[in-house]
Design a protein around this ligand. Structure first.
Ligand SMILES: [Zn+2]
Length: 833
């Protein structure tokens, strides 16, 4: 008996030691070969968990969850020795960057971070992530063991799990027994909205700096706790394209260093070597530029990493597809390519680890001692605590250090809003950012008034300077000044107790005020707004200020509910003891308008720009907490529109728009908000007064009527003459109109196209207009600039008892144009009351 037990123990021990030497490949674990099936996200996670359980040299971390509840994970892979001191390596790396104090230890390994599947319908990425992990932990793989001696590798297998599962669920649900490689079969044509974007239809590869989405917030927080030396973002592109890897295309932002450019080439050449060995096609230096700061390559570059984009051909390719040149591209091939570049990158970084770490330190030394740009201090004027707080939070999320106030109170600097050098007296609550700090490159990219734009086509918007985006007055100062205090605690509004007010007043100037309104409306509290500025009890209030009167709210425990709501939100309100005001119209006057609690519908579905629609959806649900109903465009003529007070038509192709149902609903008192191409869709529709402004024909050119001989090789350059990839224009605002409440008499708009409209007639309101010299920053083609010299960009038309709001550009674009949120809220809550 004892003998038998001994025997079992021996067998168990042997079995254990054998199993420790074998780690299952994804194929063994999942039960199918690479590329045979798409792996659902939860199975990808299970494989990572499995490896974390059996491999000794890894650490798995869940760092967040998606909107749909899926985990966001990162695996750290290192040598047996380094994995034990992983936290020490992390802290040491931050010391190299000057983000943490302390003695720097020698032998710092280089950190290579591999990010997969940020676009959900580029699914070869996550499959390749599992295989790359396996290669790095497989005990039989001696090459990777060698690389891990001086490298830490981080694998994030899926940056966008909700989007990935949307795509793979679609594909799996429509494929037949065998994949159909014919490009016209439905498995290659994703239905709206597609898997590229996350739950709220945001493109997560446009969100790195803004972090509007929870996936990005969680990821960038982790990224900034580590600051890897190399970051790779794995994508797929159209399936007819050969593989792309960096070095990137021009334009490069001029803050990208020579070392960063050179090492992109070094990495690229190593990838090329492996691709050459296999005879695989690839291209470099084209199409994917390095300017806009919210990509998975530029954001790391501006944070001292070597940021790389890798693109496999594969969007819509399913498990197999016949390409333009007649070859069949399979998922297995796509995985093999990504697996190769991932490992090739780890290999070349390992071969240069000491240099890579040294140069990383140099980047940060230079950032702290010799920051880029002419301005060494930025002062943001604090006209509104809540607006400044939003910017401060954004800086904090990006690791940008800031403070408040200055010792020397008077400064001379470049005024962003006038474009002139002026003197300014600094207040103790003004936000002050000194450029001599670790993240000075990112700071410069985000704050330089005019991004340097070479005259070449770019992939994206070319202007984003934060003072314009946030609508905050700012000064750029050439001297270096340290802020007076590291923090300036905003005085918390004293919670009101035992008040008995005739009415309470709230400001209407920021998204925080909109959130307060939303909270009150959801509690069925009746709210009004002042159409004119007024003064009461020694205080001045601007047009648009919210008035919550006892009258109409008697049924509820009025004072307690209003003051408690304000206190819960840290929101400042002013009690008024009387409706008799010192200046302006009394509270009971006609100039104080009642805000009907709007029932809001948002048009969605086929033809609608899903990202534009998603921005509105996210705004209501996640930013102001107000209900919104989503209705399909195809149903708009059979939906009972009378269930809604406001209908929002986001950007989209509104083919065959029949406006009769809409028009009669507006005439009955509805309010239609049309944005971007929804405005264009209303041109020439009966009842709608909006007219496109066309470029005036050049008479002389007409007279000559000689055909222009174009040069074929110049075709790309010619095309950009009439393009605007996103530039800043200054609008004149009629801020007495509710659509412009809370704004000065100007507004900086991000212009996303050269669309512009004729001024509306005398019965309607031209609220936001431009004239000559309204251009501020960013790339705008010669022809586009000529066209944008006068006309309408924000307008309101009355139609029967209702109204139409025309917003020619998207005020919620990627949710980073902070000041546009108030404009949009005006359209929803203030116009037409
Ligand atoms: Zn992509």
């Amino acid at each position: 008996m004892l003998k038998r037990l001994f025997f079992i123990v021996i067998i168990a021990l042997c079995w254990q030691s054998v199993s420790a030497q074998h780690i299952q490949s994804p194929a063994e674990f999942l039960g199918y070969r690479a590329g045979e099936k798409f792996t659902p996200h939860y199975r990808v996670v299970e494989y990572f968990k499995y490896v974390a359980g059996v491999a000794g040299n890894v650490k798995l971390q869940q760092f967040g969850t998606t909107n749909e509840g899926r985990p966001l994970i990162a695996m750290f892979i290192a040598s047996d020795d380094n994995i034990k001191r992983l936290e020490e390596i992390r802290q040491n790396n931050l010391r190299l960057a000057g983000m943490e104090n302390g003695a720097i230890m020698p032998n710092q390994p280089a950190i290579t971070w591999l990010s997969y599947n940020v676009h959900g319908n580029e699914p070869a990425s996550s499959e390749a992530a599992m295989w790359t992990l396996f290669d790095l932990v497989d005990p039989a793989n001696t090459a990777t063991k060698e690389w891990l001696k001086n490298s830490v590798v981080v694998i994030d297998p899926c940056l966008n799990p909700d989007g990935r599962d949307r795509y793979t669920n679609f594909y799996n649900s429509v494929r037949g027994m065998l994949p159909d490689a014919s490009p016209t079969s439905r498995e290659h044509l994703e239905p709206w909205p597609g898997g590229r974007v996350n739950h709220y239809y945001f493109d997560l590869n446009r969100d790195w700096a803004w972090q509007a989405q929870k996936e990005t917030q969680a990821r960038v927080a982790l990224f900034n706790q580590w600051l890897p030396q190399v970051h790779v973002d794995f994508h797929e592109q159209g399936y007819n394209n050969p593989y792309y890897f960096a070095p990137a295309a021009e334009p490069y932002h001029k803050d990208i260093t020579q070392w960063q450019r050179d090492f992109q080439v070094t990495i690229g050449k190593n990838n090329a070597r492996h691709f050459d060995e296999n005879g695989w096609m690839y291209f470099t230096k084209q199409e994917f530029d390095l300017l806009y700061p919210s990509y998975g390559d530029t954001y790391p570059l501006y944070s001292g990493s070597i940021g790389m984009t890798y693109e496999q051909g594969g969007i819509g390719a399913g498990l197999a597809v016949v390409t333009r040149n007649g070859d069949t591209l399979t998922l297995a091939q796509r995985i093999a390519h990504h697996r190769t570049t991932g490992l090739s990158t780890v290999e070349i970084v390992s071969q240069n680890a000491t240099k890579v770490v040294d140069e990383f330190k140099k980047f940060y030394d230079n950032s702290r001692q010799n920051p880029p740009g002419v301005y060494k201090t930025y002062v943001i004027k604090n006209d509104n605590n809540e607006k400044v707080n939003e910017l401060a939070k954004m800086f904090a999320r990006n690791g940008i250090q800031y403070g408040y106030g200055l010792t020397n109170k008077s400064i001379t600097g470049y005024n962003y809003f006038t474009g002139a050098t002026e003197q300014y007296t600094v207040n103790p609550n003004d936000l002050v950012v000194n450029a001599y700090q670790p993240k000075s490159v990112l700071l410069h990219v985000l704050l330089e008034p005019k991004t340097f734009i070479p005259d070449s086509a770019t992939y994206d918007i070319t202007a984003w300077a934060l003072p314009y985006a946030y609508g905050l007055k700012a000064y750029g100062i050439k001297e270096s000044y340290k802020p007076l205090a590291s923090s300036w605690s905003v005085p918390k509004p004293q919670p009101l107790t035992n008040t008995r007010a005739y009415a309470y007043v709230s400001a209407w100037q920021s998204i925080a005020d909109v959130r307060f309104l939303s909270a009150l409306l959801k509690k069925k509290i009746k709210v009004r707004y002042a159409e004119m500025p007024f003064e009461a009890e020694g205080k001045k209030f601007t047009a648009g200020s919210l008035l919550i009167t006892r009258a109409g709210n008697e049924k509820i425990d009025f004072d307690r509910v209003v003051t408690q709501t304000a206190a819960d939100m840290g929101h400042e309100i002013t009690p008024l003891s009387s409706g008799f005001v010192d200046k302006g119209s009394d509270i009971g006057s006609d100039d104080v308008r009642f805000i009907r609690q709007p029932r809001v519908a948002l048009v969605t579905g086929d033809g609608i720009n899903s990202e534009a629609m998603g921005e509105v959806w996210h705004f209501f649900e996640q930013q102001i907490g107000y209900p919104v109903s989503l209705i399909r465009y195809q149903d708009i003529n059979r939906t009972k529109l009378n269930d809604f007070d406001v209908i929002i038509m986001p950007d989209g192709r509104y083919n065959d728009l029949s406006s009769d149902n809409l028009q009669s609903w507006i005439r009955d008192g509805g309010k239609l908000i049309a944005i971007e191409n929804a405005v264009a869709a209303l041109v020439d529709k009966k009842g709608f007064n909006i007219k496109k402004k066309e470029n005036k024909k050049d008479d002389k050119a007409d007279a000559k009527s000689k055909p222009v001989i174009k040069i074929y090789a110049d075709r790309n350059r010619d095309a950009i003459r009439s393009s605007i990839p996103g530039a800043i224009f200054k609008l004149n605002m009629d801020n007495t109109h509710p659509l412009a409440f809370g704004f000065p008499n100007y507004y900086y708009s991000l212009k996303l196209s050269d669309d512009i409209y004729e001024l509306l007639g005398e019965d309607d309101w031209n609220v936001g207009t431009i004239e000559k010299n309204s251009y501020v920053a960013g790339f705008a083609g010669v022809q586009s600039k000529q066209k944008l010299n006068s006309g309408l960009l924000l307008g309101v038309q009355s139609l029967g008892r209702g109204s139409v709001v025309y917003l020619v550009d998207d005020p919620l674009f990627r949710s980073f144009w902070e000041n546009g949120k108030l404009l949009f809220s005006n359209a929803v809550f203030m116009v037409g009351q």
